[in-house]
Design a protein around this ligand. Sequence first.
Ligand code: S3P
Length: 450
Amino acid sequence: MQPAPPAPAAFHAPGPLRGTVRVPGDKSISHRALMLSALAVGTSRIEGLLDGEDVLATAAAMRAMGAECVREGDGRWMVHGVGVGGLLQPAAALDMGNSGTSTRLLMGVVASHPITATFTGDASLSGRPMGRVIEPLARMGADITASPGGRLPLMVRGLCPAVPIEYRLPVASAQVKSAVLLAGLNTPGLTRVIEPVATRDHSERMLRGFGAELTVEEDGTATRIITIRGEAELRPQEIAVPGDPSSAAFPAVAACLVPGSDVLVEHVGLNPTRAGLFAALQAMGADLSFENAREIGGEPVADIRVRGSALSGFANDPRDVASMVDEYPILFVAAALARGRSVFTGLEELRVKESDRIAVMAQGLAAIGARVEETADGLIVEGTGGDRLAGGATVAARLDHRIAMSFAVAGLVSHAPVIIDDMAPVATSFPGFEALMTTLGAERRQLAPA
Ligand code: S3P
């Protein structure tokens, strides 16, 4: 994929944010919906799929390996699957763009197919560690040649039949868990993943929904033991993808921070392994409630109402990190406006996301006048007690969509402009972010010509 030219922007809120909006489909569920549909025998239909660049990278890869993936309309897709074991050798390298989820999950898929695939990505993805998936997949028999440091570009030569393993996750990572389970799908016998900390369970839910034999045992502590029987036959499905809570996080926090706001974000997925941010905001005193709770496609969904709120400082429980792992950047912004001190710990995984999210947020927040102190595994934030931040700086998004959106929201509660050097990465997960924020009353600031 060609990098888009940098698109600097800054936003402000001339008044309270108000209105009813829907965010795009859940990114994690969208990736899995395409992959499992491509591995089913027959035609699946998906609605609400996120048409973001990351998910399009997954669709392109599934096409390159023989599945038919057709976008029929807004978020509506038809996928004609080739069956577990039926993927074909891709003719060219698979370009994963910015998407760690596409890369790690597809490495798992390829690992137990009799094919070889090369994975490439952008500068951000090429800096991210892949050793965490290489290690278990190599134990299953895949032959993986990576760039120095276990990075992209890398080549996976699958083994068929692969060897089933029992794997205890050394890091709390749904991507690693899913890579092993997806490799297990075409592996004879039982493949088992033991996760000491619960991470998002969309793979488990959807694998079961497609007819795979998968069990989850809990041992009375937080540990979960997930077992999949391989050589499964997946049945095609009709899938409805709920709105992404990780995207809903931005208008929700914006509504908390801009005084007098009243925003309803409809149709948000609230899987308990994903909903940590909303509980954290409530603990900080946010006027945030759930309406019309329901279930869609095996996932809990609700509408979230958020009103302007005076927030207090927050100390996270490191055991809850996985349930909001992608939401810390925007939570740091909320903490910067809260009354008192917030202490965030146990966040080392944030350093290996699309950017080093602890360092990048600490630098950007300091540049716009927040009082922050970076620690090895987190951040300490002294909030303003609701006063606006100074602003008046350009912050670097570093090819990280969530950094860009977090500073877009920070700009709504800053005196002088907060210029994000490049909003282009937002298209990976939240196309329409600016339009949505504009619907609620935010405005793009006029920037002086460079
Ligand atoms: C994801 C899992 C998380 C998350 C990422 C999406 C997934 O990564 O940060 O944005 O869809 O499985 P880790 O599992 O590596 O923590």
